[in-house]
Design a protein around this ligand. Structure first.
Ligand SMILES: [Zn+2]
Length: 168
């Protein structure tokens, strides 16, 4: 079980109900459904809906989940292909600011998310086959499960954020 995730969000997650005891294989497989789930959820939307408690619009969440998957795809690929296992945290709000999420059309964000999910799964399969491990600057030594579960939770949690933003 992912102790970081359980400590921060509870098990299951207090908000999106993600179960942190899910196996790494089952968790990873969920990423393949994310682009379709997001596209269906956002059908007929322009991406501008925003929950009053949240800073980001639903379109910005799509951009964030795509960026997060792409970043972690690169990290898994780096560990396998270049034996570069060091991971530094990144500030998601800084990234949103420099990327100007609010100006990325929803259809573009969904297209990008679809590619990011494919990249992520390709890197996951490579990392799983070679039993990759990582070293996070703040969280210390990380197994593949420690890397996979937070990425999958991020996608599930923001699906929950998008759902409640559209329900307002
Ligand atoms: Zn959650």
């Amino acid at each position: 079980m992912n102790t970081w995730g359980v400590t921060v969000y509870g098990n299951p997650c207090r908000e999106c109900r993600f179960d942190w005891s899910i196996s790494v294989e089952a968790a990873a497989a969920l990423i393949l459904d994310v682009p379709d789930r997001y596209a269906k959820l956002l059908e007929g939307q322009d991406g501008s809906a925003r929950h009053p408690d949240l800073t980001w619009s639903v379109g910005a969440y799509v951009c964030h989940v795509g960026d997060n998957l792409r970043i972690f795809a690169e990290r898994m690929w780096s560990a396998v292909e270049a034996k570069q296992v060091h991971i530094e945290g990144y500030d998601q709000d800084d990234l949103a600011s420099v990327r100007k999420y609010e100006y990325i059309p929803l259809d573009t964000a969904l297209w990008s998310l679809s590619h990011a999910a494919g990249m992520w799964y390709e890197a996951y399969e490579a990392a799983f086959g070679r039993e990759a491990t990582f070293n996070h600057s703040e969280r210390g030594p990380q197994t593949l499960s420690d890397i996979v579960q937070p990425a999958v939770h991020d996608a599930k949690h923001h699906e929950w954020d998008i759902r409640r933003s559209l329900a307002v």
